[in-house]
Every structure is written in structure tokens, then in C-alpha cells.
Design a binder for this molecule. Structure first.
Ligand code: AMP
Length: 467
């Protein structure tokens, strides 16, 4: 059996892993660590949840220990580029945890917060710098950071960098680095632009692929409810109250939708915290800390904010709305069922979202089981609850069952599987179209000065779960 020791890791790192309770390397760690230790470039096709952070952090810590070097003002040895503040923060934390006996100094740089503490952190130099591209460039231009001595570059979630429009910044940063360096490149998906970027940065890399592209963890049990958009919040309250959802992330498509849902849950006495691009860094950190605590609030998140959230023990993912891009569904449900645990993903699908569900099922190459146990929900008049996530306003009651219940059955190739009632839904309703990148644009690059949020976590009211 492969052990961390057999991969070539030494005592200070092994001690830290032991303290974290890691006993067996994940497949990407087993494949990547020996080669990175040997100095080879790496091209990793891996999603979050596969242990990829340790796959690059552990051997880089070793490489630095094996070849100690004086720190120089404003400089670093390892540069990790990550697309979001959350991911950057988590990678930084991982280096801190894995390197706690290695006497390394690290810093993290991202936008949306004051830059002064970041200037101070870099003034005497660090071993490891984790950064988002925009703020890093700002600090380089102001001469608070000097990248000329970088020995190791990690580019994490390259596909997301591309989605978020950071690729130009990334290229500029790479152009400032010494050519003589070791580069580790990670991406969950491999669009051709990502391939090109990798080709331009890597030298004879080892290619490591983990879970086949876009295949969600097998440990996640998936299900879908059919019901009108306007009834979803009632079903959500029911599920949160009755399904033992210990640590749950609810995904909404828009920031506005996340805030509204937080208010709705609050009214129902369910403690919830929302994270999205309009929240200040402090509010996001508070929400994440609460979510990691023993009594987590329900975390309501947009896709970009949730990207890279590294929390173990997420018991459930709820798709309050289905994403436009099927790959996003795979990322979402990958938040649960991590590190060998089981997890559940429940999707709430209204009539207009069915083409999206079909696209997801095509990508997964399997059907998502339909849950037929929709409870009695309060009647909500069509149109009384304006649809916020679709342009064109509410569509009333197409194909729904009694009490405003779910649309019945489903058309197309999945028509064999029915929700109660068994009628076919009405045909001809198309989802509103929007550009592929809209979700990205909606979240966009973090604003330099984020607006002050509502308190991220609320005290419980009368919710019956022990929150
Ligand atoms: P990542 O894919 O880097 O986001 O890691 C996913 C999660 O798995 C993180 O919470 C890590 O703490 C955890 N993890 C990484 N490697 C191992 C391991 N070998 N054994 C147990 N947990 C791990």
C-alpha cells in the first residue's frame, strides 16, 4: 500500500499529516508527489475534493526544506495563483498546516480588502506567496512584491481563471517570472484555451488525471424534485427541517437570489448565511467560519463564491436553481461526498429548468432519480412571487399538479420516469437564454471596496434542528 512515507516525504511533513489525520495518500497525491519532488513540471486535471492542494503543497514544502534559502525583502520562492479569495485563503491555510514544522513563512494576497497588511506581510519576504492575479499585479506594479526569484509556480483552477477573465493577468505575471522554474498547473476541465496556456508554461510535464472529467464523486446520492419556482422556498424549509441536513450548502444562481433566500429562511426561523461577490471579505470569512463550526448555519452561495470552499463533512448540497452550465452542477455537488464520505445532492427543478436538467443528465450519462415524495406545500398564487432568476417574469403553473405541486413527469428521453400524477408536461416552454458567461459576469472580479453586508450568521429563532 502506498504511504506518505513511501512517496518520499520526510518527518516534519509526515508529522503534520499525522496531526491532520491523513493516513493514505489520495490518488493524485500518490501520482504527483514523487515527480514534483524530483523537480518535474506537472499538468494535473483534477477537481477540488481530490486532495490536489496537498499534492502540490507537500512536495514543494519538501523542496524548500531540502534547499534552504535566505528570505529576501518583497520576494518569495513559491508563487501560487488562484482565481478566488476563498481558494487563495484555503491554499494559504493548507501550506500553514502542512508546513507547520518546516519553519516556512507564507503570505496571501487578494483584492477586496486593504492592501496595507499585504504590503507589510511581503516587506521582509516570504517562502510561499498565494495570490489572486489582479491584486498581485497591483502590488507588483507598486513595487511591494518582486517576482524575480520565484522558483516554483503553481497555477490552480486554470479553467476558472479563464472563466473569470484573469487569463491576461496570469500571462503577464508568468512573463515576470524566471524561466528557470518548476511549474505545476491544475485545471478541473480542459477547454482548448487552458491546453494552450499549459503548453506555453510547462516543460515536459507529467500529466496526471484524477476522476474523469465532469464525473461527480460516486459517493454523492443525487435526486431531483419537480415543482414551480415560487414554491421552492417552502420545499427548502421542509427539507431543511426534516431531512437531517447537518451541514448544507444551498446554491442560487444570483447574488440577489442568495440574499432573498437568506431572508426567507430567516423568516422561517432557519439560521442561514449567504456568501457571494458583493459580501465584504470579513462577512465571507465570518460565514465560512460559522459554516465550519459545530453548529453551522445553512450556507447559501453563488457558484463563484462557493468555488474552492474547502469544508469537509458537507452532508447535503441543494440546487435551489439549476445552473445553466452542466459542468457547474458537477462542481456544486462535488462539495459533498468528499474525502471518502457520503453526501447527498438535491435539486429543485421547475418547468423552465428542465432543458438544463436534461443537459446535466447528458453530461453525467445517467438519469437523476426523481423524488416523488413532495410534501403538501402552502399554496402560492402564480405571479405573487416574481421570478428573479429568469428574465421574463413568472410563468404560471405549467404542468403542475394539485396544490401547486410539481410538474408531472417529464418529456423527451426520460419520459419513462414520472413524478406523481404521471402526465406529460406541456411542451414548448424554453428557458430564457443568456450568454454562457453571465454568471461569471454577475460575480465578476471582486470589487476593491465591497459594500458592508448584513450580518453573515444569524442567531437561531425557533428552528427545530439543533443549529
Ligand atoms: P482538495 O482537493 O485539495 O481541496 O482537498 C480536499 C479535502 O481532502 C481537503 O479538506 C483536505 O483536507 C482533504 N485531504 C486531502 N488529502 C487527504 C488525505 N490524504 N487524507 C484525508 N484527507 C485528505
Amino acid at each position: 500500500m502506498t504511504t506518505f512515507e513511501s512517496l518520499g516525504l520526510t518527518e516534519p511533513v509526515l508529522k503534520a499529516l499525522n496531526a491532520e489525520g491523513y493516513t493514505v495518500p489520495t490518488p493524485i497525491q500518490a501520482k504527483a508527489v514523487p515527480h514534483v519532488l524530483a523537480g518535474r513540471d506537472l499538468f494535473g486535471c483534477a477537481q477540488t475534493g481530490t486532495g490536489k492542494t496537498a499534492a502540490f503543497a507537500l512536495p514543494l514544502i519538501e523542496r524548500m526544506m531540502a534547499n534552504p534559502r535566505e528570505r529576501e525583502n518583497r520576494r518569495c520562492r513559491v508563487l501560487v495563483l488562484a482565481p478566488t479569495r476563498e481558494l487563495a485563503g484555503q491554499i494559504h491555510e493548507s501550506f500553514r498546516v502542512y508546513g507547520r514544522h518546516a519553519h516556512l513563512k507564507s503570505a496571501v494576497i487578494y483584492g477586496g480588502v486593504g492592501q496595507r497588511p499585504q504590503e507589510v506581510a511581503m516587506s521582509k519576504g516570504v517562502d510561499v506567496l498565494v495570490a489572486t492575479p489582479g491584486r498581485l499585479l497591483d502590488l507588483v506594479q507598486q513595487k511591494f512584491v518582486d517576482l524575480r526569484t520565484v522558483e516554483f509556480l503553481v497555477l490552480d483552477e486554470a479553467d476558472r481563471m479563464l472563466d473569470m477573465g484573469f487569463i491576461h493577468d496570469v500571462r503577464r505575471i508568468v512573463g515576470m517570472l524566471p524561466r528557470e522554474r518548476q511549474t505545476l498547473f491544475f485545471s478541473a476541465t480542459l477547454p482548448s484555451e487552458v491546453r494552450q496556456l499549459a503548453d506555453s508554461m510547462l516543460r515536459n510535464p507529467l500529466e496526471v488525471k484524477t476522476t474523469p472529467q465532469s464525473t461527480p464523486a460516486e459517493t454523492v446520492a443525487q435526486a431531483v424534485f419537480f415543482l414551480p419556482q415560487r414554491q421552492k422556498r417552502h420545499l427548502l424549509v421542509h427539507l431543511l427541517s426534516n431531512e437531517g441536513m447537518a451541514r448544507v450548502i444551498v446554491f442560487t444562481r444570483t447574488k440577489h437570489g442568495a440574499d432573498k433566500l437568506q431572508r426567507d429562511l430567516d423568516k422561517a426561523g432557519i439560521r442561514a448565511a449567504a456568501i457571494h461577490g458583493n459580501k465584504s471579505q470579513n462577512a465571507r470569512e465570518r460565514a465560512l467560519a460559522a459554516f465550519k463550526s459545530q453548529h453551522p448555519p445553512v450556507l447559501i452561495a453563488t457558484d463563484i463564491a462557493a468555488r474552492g470552499i474547502d469544508v469537509d463533512n458537507v452532508s447535503h448540497v441543494v440546487n435551489f436553481e439549476l445552473p445553466h452550465e452542466p459542468e457547474t452542477y458537477v462542481h456544486r455537488i462535488g462539495r459533498t461526498g468528499r474525502a471518502g464520505m457520503t453526501g447527498k445532492a438535491v435539486s429543485l427543478c421547475d418547468h423552465e429548468e428542465r432543458p438544463r436538467l436534461q443537459a446535466i443528465e447528458r453530461l453525467l450519462r445517467k438519469s437523476i432519480p426523481v423524488r416523488n415524495d413532495l410534501p403538501e406545500l402552502p399554496h402560492v398564487e402564480p405571479g405573487s412571487e416574481p421570478r428573479e432568476s429568469h428574465r421574463g417574469g413568472a410563468r404560471s403553473g405549467q404542468g403542475r399538479g394539485p396544490q401547486g405541486g410539481p410538474p408531472r413527469g417529464r418529456g423527451g428521453r426520460t419520459s419513462g420516469r414520472r413524478s406523481p400524477g404521471g402526465q406529460q408536461p406541456r411542451q414548448g416552454s424554453q428557458p430564457s437564454r443568456r450568454p454562457r458567461s453571465e454568471a461569471t459576469q454577475a460575480e465578476g472580479r471582486p470589487a476593491a471596496a465591497a459594500t458592508a453586508p448584513a450580518p453573515a450568521s444569524r442567531l437561531p429563532k425557533k428552528h427545530r434542528r439543533a443549529l
